[in-house]
Design a protein around this ligand. Structure first.
Ligand code: UT7
Length: 315
């Protein structure tokens, strides 16, 4: 396939490091040095579906195709107000599409898993035009009293439209179950048959375990793709990594011996927006005129599961 349109949407509320240091025992210096984040957007008056729909419409507009022409909608999402119906169904109705749709919980790797799924459906001959929307509100999953987690995340939505083409050169997905390093449990309705207590705990993250996994997985995934396709690290024009921590991005760049300029970031403005982070970054680069036709892009993401994934594509 090839990407022919991108879009993104952000909540209005900007939460700076200074605002957080008035809420919990942290500082702008700690957050900046350890993560690279300066501020993030947090949902207040919006609904996540509004952001998802806005990003989807912008991506369709950018692609120059109508919602009627879509053959499939994939929405990557971890948490939103609806357990059912799927967020993709809500988006489908709002934009006026008639195609099938599915939600995918791939945590921070949702965009890469969605790309892989779209490519597989396309290769099977089932679809031509696919809309991917990644919409996340981690701010509703975490404890705003937990300084080790609340400073890291932000809310947002990113979208991409794909159609027939041979620009996706390779994708690679992996999973290595580790359910105690990064997780959150639902609060479920009480049942007379369930004897264990209900869980309503916020997101738990063992930061250093996740950091090590993330850096290793990203490197392994990128090297896998290079090996498979015959491209070298130098051939890649831009590396779009999941915006979780600037130090992870720098580590990957150093090991691959690639200059910083090849690793665009926007973590400073948005923090970690889970699966939305790569499509938001892609949209910024696309609309900013920073991607040239034929540029080779390496996408790499990692997150709860653990799962990770990478994609090599020509712009
Ligand atoms: O999207 C999913 C993928 N997620 C990630 O990739 C996140 C990966 N992990 C990380 O990015 C980093 O591990 C963190 C940014 C979460 C933490 O950075 P770190 O360098 O690993 O710090 P640490 O957890 O080792 O904590 C160092 C110190 C501790 O204090 P002591 O024990 O040394 O006294 C923490 O209690 O920093 C303390 N600390 C804080 N201090 C000020 C933890 N959070 C904060 C905070 N402000 N917000």
């Amino acid at each position: 396939m090839k990407i022919i349109g991108t879009g993104s949407s952000h909540p209005k509320k900007v939460v700076t490091n200074q605002m957080l240091s008035d809420m919990v025992d942290t500082s702008d210096e700690w957050i900046t040095v350890r993560t690279g984040i300066k501020e993030r957007r947090i949902i207040s008056e919006e609904n996540l579906e509004d952001l998802a729909i806005d990003a989807a419409r912008k991506a369709l507009d950018n692609a120059g195709i109508s919602a009627i022409d879509l053959d499939f909608i994939i929405c990557a999402n971890v948490v939103n107000e609806f357990i059912t119906p799927a967020l993709s169904c809500i988006i489908q109705g709002a934009i006026g599409a008639h195609c099938p749709c599915i939600d995918l919980n791939g945590a921070c790797v949702g965009f890469i898993y969605a790309l892989d799924l779209a490519e597989a459906y396309y290769r099977s001959g089932k679809v031509k035009n696919v809309l991917i929307v990644c919409a996340e509100e981690p701010s509703r999953m975490l404890s705003w009293q937990d300084r080790s987690v609340c400073v890291l995340f932000g809310d947002g939505a990113g979208a991409a439209v794909l159609t027939a083409g041979d620009n996706v050169k390779a994708t690679h997905l992996s999973a290595a179950s580790s359910t105690t390093s990064l997780y959150q449990k639902h609060e479920l309705q009480p049942s007379p048959f369930v004897t264990k207590p209900n869980s309503n705990l916020p997101l738990v993250m063992r930061g250093q375990d996740v950091f090590k996994f993330a850096a290793n997985a990203s490197l392994a995934d990128i090297k896998f793709l290079l090996n498979e396709t015959g491209y070298t690290a130098d051939d890649v024009d831009k590396y779009l990594l999941h915006q979780a921590n600037i130090r992870i991005i720098e580590t990957v760049g150093e090991v691959l011996k690639q200059p910083k300029e090849k690793f665009p970031t926007n973590i400073q403005k948005y923090g970690n927006t889970s699966s939305a982070s790569i499509p938001i970054l892609l949209d910024e680069l696309n609309r900013g005129g920073e991607l040239k036709k034929g540029d080779l892009l390496a996408l790499s993401a990692f997150g709860a599961g653990f799962v990770s994934g990478s994609c090599l594509l020509k712009w």
